[in-house]
Design a protein around this ligand. Structure first.
Ligand SMILES: Nc1nc2c(ncn2[C@@H]2O[C@H](COP(=O)(O)OP(=O)(O)OP(=O)(O)O)[C@@H](O)[C@H]2O)c(=O)[nH]1
Length: 511
C-alpha cells in the first residue's frame, strides 16, 4: 500500500491549520451537532487513496475489505447490469475495483457512506457531474491530479450536508436554488458568515480526511484563474455541473463556452473545447448515476444544446449591443445637458460673458498659477460712465443693447487665454494672464480708443457712444492673497479714474 502522509489533527476544531477559519458561533454549533453526517473508516481510507496516483486496485481492495458491507456494495455494483456488460461475474473485491475503476470505486464508497442522508437527488447530480467534469478537465490540464480532483469535486459540496444537519428545513429551503450556486454561497455568507465550501472543509477534517483534500474543498468556490490548473479544474467543474443542471442548459453552456475561450488563449494551457468536455461528461455520467442509483439526471442532446446555445448567445449579444448603444446615446444626451448647465452656471445671461462667480473663481486659480510659475497677472476693472443717464434718457432696452454690444467688442478685443466677464450692472473685468502694468495699460488704452470710435447703440435721434473708467491691478502692485483683494485693488483704481474725470485709466506705479 502506498504511504499516505497523515496530517496532525487540528488542535482547535474550528481553526484547523492551513484552512480558512469558520466563524466561532458556527463552529461551536457544528461541534455540538450530533446529527452531522459521518463516514465509515473504510470509506475514509478509500478517499485517502484517491489522492495517490500510484495507488493500485489491490490498495483499494485492502482498504475496502475490512468493511464487509462496503465490500458487498462494491461487488454488487461491479456485477450490476451496467458494469458487467462485457464480462462475467466478479468474486473478489480487487476484481470489482478493477472493473469499476478507482474513481467509480471512490464515488461508490462515498455514496455508501452517505447513502442515508435526506438530501435532494439534485445534490448528488451536481456532485457527480462536477466530479466527472473535474476529472475530464484535469486529464487535459493536470493529468497527474485527475483522480484527486475527481474526489475533491465529488466532495466539494459536503458542507451542504453539514448545514442541512444543522439547520434542517431552514437551510433545506435554500437548496431549492442550488442551481444558482453562486447565489447560494452569497446567501450562506450572509446567514452564517461563510459559505458551504468552508463548512465542507471543516467537515472533511472532522472525518479525518487529509488537509490537502480539505483545502481543495475550501477552495472550490472563487474566481477562475489560470495560474493554478488544479484550482481552475475544480472551480470550473462546479460551473459545468450548474450548466448541466440549469433549466436553460443551452444558454448556460453557451456562456460557459465563452468563459472557456478566455482560458484557451492563455499561455501554457491547452485549449478547453466545451464540445469535447460536454461529450466526455455526458458519456461518463450514466455509469456514475448507476453507482448512486440516481434517477432524474437530465440527459442532454449535446449537439443540440451547443448549437442552440450559440444561436441564443448571438441573439443575446445583438440585444445587449442595442441596449449598450441606447445607453451610450442616453449618456451623450446627459453629458450635453450637463455641459449646457455648466455653461449656464458660468455665464451672464445678458451678455454671454463670464459671470461674477466664474470670474472670482478663475482669478483665484490664475492668481495661484501665476505665483507658482512666477509669471505676471493683470486685472482691468471697467465701469461704464454715466450709464444711469443713458438708461434714463433712452430707456432700459437701449441700455441693454449697449451692454451687449460693449460685451461683444470687449470679447473681440482680448486675446485667446484672456478672460472677460461682467462683474455686475455696468461693471466688467478683464483678466490678462502673464501681463504686467505696461501690457494692461496698452489693452485699456485700446479699449478706450475703440469706445471713442465705435457706437454701442442707437438712441431715438442720436448714435450712442460709451466711455469707461478703467482701474488696473497687477501682481507688480500686489501682493494679493486672494482674488477679492486683487479685484478690490483694481476697483479702487477705477474710482481714481472716475474722480480724475472718467474716460481714463488709473493704476498704481509698480513697486
Ligand atoms: N440697461 C441696463 N442697465 C443696467 C443694467 N445693470 C445695471 N444697469 C444700470 O447701470 C446704472 C449704473 O448707475 P450708477 O452706478 O449710478 O453709475 P453711472 O450712472 O454709470 O455713473 P458713474 O459710474 O459714476 O459714471 C444704473 O442705472 C443701473 O440700473 C442692465 O443689465 N441693463
Amino acid at each position: 500500500m502506498p504511504a499516505i502522509e497523515t496530517d496532525p489533527p487540528a488542535s482547535v476544531t474550528h481553526r484547523p491549520r492551513g484552512l480558512p477559519m469558520l466563524p466561532d458561533a458556527l463552529a461551536l454549533r457544528l461541534e455540538d451537532c450530533d446529527t452531522l453526517p459521518s463516514l465509515p473508516s473504510a470509506v475514509l481510507r478509500v478517499l485517502e487513496l484517491s489522492r495517490c496516483p500510484e495507488a493500485s486496485t489491490s490498495d483499494y481492495a485492502a482498504a475496502i475489505e475490512p468493511d464487509p458491507a462496503l465490500t458487498l456494495r462494491v461487488m454488487a455494483l461491479a456485477n450490476s447490469a451496467f458494469y458487467s456488460r462485457q464480462a462475467g461475474e466478479v468474486h473478489q473485491c480487487q476484481d470489482a475495483v478493477g472493473r469499476l475503476g478507482t474513481d467509480a470505486t471512490t464515488a461508490a464508497a462515498l455514496s455508501f457512506g452517505l447513502r442515508d442522508l435526506e438530501v435532494p437527488d439534485r445534490f448528488w447530480h451536481r456532485a457527480l457531474t462536477a466530479a466527472t467534469a473535474a476529472r475530464e478537465l484535469a486529464r487535459r490540464l493536470c493529468p497527474e491530479a485527475a483522480s484527486r480532483l475527481f474526489t475533491a469535486a465529488l466532495l466539494q459540496d459536503v458542507g451542504i450536508l453539514a448545514l442541512v444537519a444543522l439547520e434542517g428545513e431552514a437551510y433545506a429551503s435554500r437548496l431549492e436554488c442550488l442551481v444558482q450556486h453562486p447565489e447560494l454561497a452569497v446567501a450562506e455568507r450572509e446567514a452564517y458568515g461563510c459559505d458551504h465550501a468552508r463548512v465542507g472543509a471543516w467537515l472533511a477534517r472532522d472525518w479525518g480526511a487529509s488537509l490537502d483534500l480539505a483545502r481543495l474543498i475550501a477552495d472550490s468556490h472563487g474566481p477562475l484563474t489560470a495560474d493554478d490548473p488544479q484550482r481552475l479544474c475544480l472551480r470550473l467543474s462546479g460551473r459545468v455541473a450548474d450548466a448541466h443542471l440549469a433549466d436553460d442548459a443551452s444558454l448556460a453552456f453557451a456562456k460557459l463556452g465563452q468563459l472557456l475561450e478566455r482560458f484557451g488563449d492563455l499561455e501554457g494551457l491547452p485549449s478547453l473545447s466545451l464540445e469535447r468536455l460536454l461529450g466526455e461528461v455526458c458519456d461518463a455520467l450514466p455509469a456514475m448515476t448507476e453507482l448512486f442509483a440516481l434517477t432524474g439526471m437530465p440527459s442532454l442532446d449535446r449537439t443540440q444544446v451547443l448549437l442552440e446555445g450559440k444561436q441564443r448567445l448571438f441573439a443575446l449579444t445583438l440585444h445587449l449591443c442595442a441596449r449598450l448603444e441606447d445607453h451610450h446615446r442616453q449618456l451623450d444626451a446627459l453629458r450635453e445637458e450637463n455641459d449646457a448647465l455648466d455653461i449656464k452656471t458660468r455665464t451672464d445671461p445678458l451678455t454671454g460673458l463670464a459671470n461674477r462667480g466664474w470670474l472670482e473663481h478663475s482669478i483665484e486659480q490664475r492668481l495661484q498659477a501665476a505665483e507658482r510659475a512666477g509669471q505676471g497677472l493683470a486685472l482691468l476693472f471697467i465701469d461704464l460712465d454715466h450709464f444711469k443717464a443713458l438708461n434714463d434718457r433712452h430707456g432700459h432696452g437701449v441700455g441693454d443693447t449697449a451692454l451687449v454690444n460693449f460685451a461683444t467688442a470687449l470679447r473681440d478685443l482680448i486675446r485667446e487665454g484672456d478672460l472677460a466677464g461682467r462683474y455686475g450692472g455696468e461693471e466688467f473685468l478683464v483678466v490678462l494672464p502673464d501681463q504686467g502694468s505696461d501690457g494692461a495699460r496698452r489693452v485699456a488704452a485700446r479699449l478706450l480708443r475703440l469706445l471713442e470710435a465705435q457706437p454701442m447703440a442707437e438712441g431715438q435721434d442720436e448714435t450712442l457712444y460709451l466711455s469707461a473708467s478703467i482701474g488696473i491691478a497687477t501682481l507688480e502692485t500686489g501682493p494679493f492673497r486672494s482674488a477679492m483683494q486683487m479685484i478690490d485693488a483694481a476697483d479702487r483704481q477705477m474710482y481714481r479714474a472716475k474722480r480724475g474725470g472718467r474716460g481714463r485709466v488709473a493704476s498704481l506705479k509698480p513697486a
